[in-house]
Design a protein around this ligand. Sequence first.
Ligand SMILES: *[C@@H]1O[C@H](CO)[C@@H](O)[C@H](O)[C@H]1NC(C)=O
Ligand SMILES: *[C@@H]1O[C@H](CO)[C@@H](O)[C@H](O)[C@H]1NC(C)=O
Ligand SMILES: *[C@@H]1O[C@H](CO)[C@@H](O)[C@H](O)[C@H]1NC(C)=O
Ligand SMILES: *[C@@H]1O[C@H](CO)[C@@H](O)[C@H](O)[C@H]1NC(C)=O
Length: 306
Amino acid sequence: MEPTVNMCTCARFATFLAVFVCRFALVSSFLVGCKEENCGEPVIPPQALRIVGGHESISGSLPWTVMLVWCDFFRCGGAILSSQFILTAAHCFDEPRYPCFRLNSKETRHPSNWTVFAGKQNAIRSNTGEMMFEVEEIFIHPLYHNHSHRNDIALLRLKTNITYTSLIRPICLPTSSQVVADGQPCIVAGYGETLAAQTFSLNQVTVKVISDKVCTQPDWYGPSYYDPPEQFCAGFEHGGKDACDGDSGSPLVCDFDGKWYASGIVSKGFGCAAPKRPGVYTNVSYHDFWIRTTLAANVPGPLCLT
Ligand SMILES: *[C@@H]1O[C@H](CO)[C@@H](O)[C@H](O)[C@H]1NC(C)=O
Ligand SMILES: *[C@@H]1O[C@H](CO)[C@@H](O)[C@H](O)[C@H]1NC(C)=O
Ligand SMILES: *[C@@H]1O[C@H](CO)[C@@H](O)[C@H](O)[C@H]1NC(C)=O
Ligand SMILES: *[C@@H]1O[C@H](CO)[C@@H](O)[C@H](O)[C@H]1NC(C)=O
C-alpha cells in the first residue's frame, strides 16, 4: 500500500508544481512585449513630501485615482492598473447600510450597477476631461473576510478600454519584493471626509508607514485588530492625518525611484486620524500573485503593466 500512497502524493505534488510553473510562465509571458502608457508617471508630479496637513490635490497630479459609484452613490475610490483594470477594496462590495432606492436592493456585486469615473477633481462637480466607464466584471479576493477585512482587495474589469490622457493614467503595481519601508512617506487621496469643510474635492495627505512592532502595541491596535504582513499601518502617532470615510478602496501610493506604486489600499481604521489609531491598508505586494494571475486570466490581449 505504501508505494501507492507515495506515488499518489508525488503525482499530486508534480501536478501542483506543473500548474504553478505553468501559471508563472503564463504571467511572465503576458508581461513582455507590452506597449502601454508608462505607469506611475503623472504629467504633473504630486505635491508630496513638503506638505504636512491634508489639502486639495493639484488637478492631474494623481491621474490614476478613480471614483466608484454604485447606484448613483459615491461609494469608494480605486486606482487604474491598466487600460482595462481598476484596483480597489473588497469591502466596497459588502452589503450597504441603505438599499439603492432606484432598484430597491442592497445587491452590490452586480457589475452593471457600478460606474467608474476617471479624471475627476471633485466628486460632485463635473470637470473637463473626466470620463465614465461601465464595469464588465468584479473580482473579489476569494479569501476576503468581511469582519476582519482580511484580503480586502478587488479588481474591476471595465467594459471599454480607458484611453489615457494627461488627467487619466495608470499607477504601477508593486512586485512582491517591492515593499514599503517603515517610516516611508506615501500619499493617500480620496473624495471622502476631511473632518473640516466637506468640499468633495480630491484631497491628498502624506502619511508614513508604521512598523507592525509599533502598530500592534497594546496602546495602539494591539495584536488582533489587523493581520501583518497581509495588512499594514500608515499614519502618525499623534494622528491628525489619515484616510477617512469615503476613501475606502483608494490607493496608498509610494515613490520608488521616481515612479509611483499602489502599495496599499485603504481598508479600515478606528475613527479618523485619532492618536495611535492609524489607517490600516491592504498590503498590495502581498497579493502580487493573485492580482497578476487574475489579470492574466482575464485579458484578451497581452497584459500591460509597465
Ligand atoms: C458578511 O458575510 C456574511 C457571511 O459570509 C454575510 O451573512 C453578511 O451579510 C456579510 N456582511 C456584510 C456587511 O456584507
Ligand atoms: C442591478 O442590480 C440588480 C439586483 O439588485 C439587478 O437585478 C439588475 O439587473 C442590475 N443591473 C441594472 C442595470 O439595474
Ligand atoms: C507586504 O507583503 C510583502 C510580500 O509578502 C512583505 O515582504 C512585506 O513585509 C509586507 N509588509 C509591508 C509593510 O509591505
Ligand atoms: C483593450 O486593450 C487590450 C490591450 O490592452 C486589447 O487587447 C483589447 O483588444 C482592447 N479592447 C478593445 C475593445 O479595444
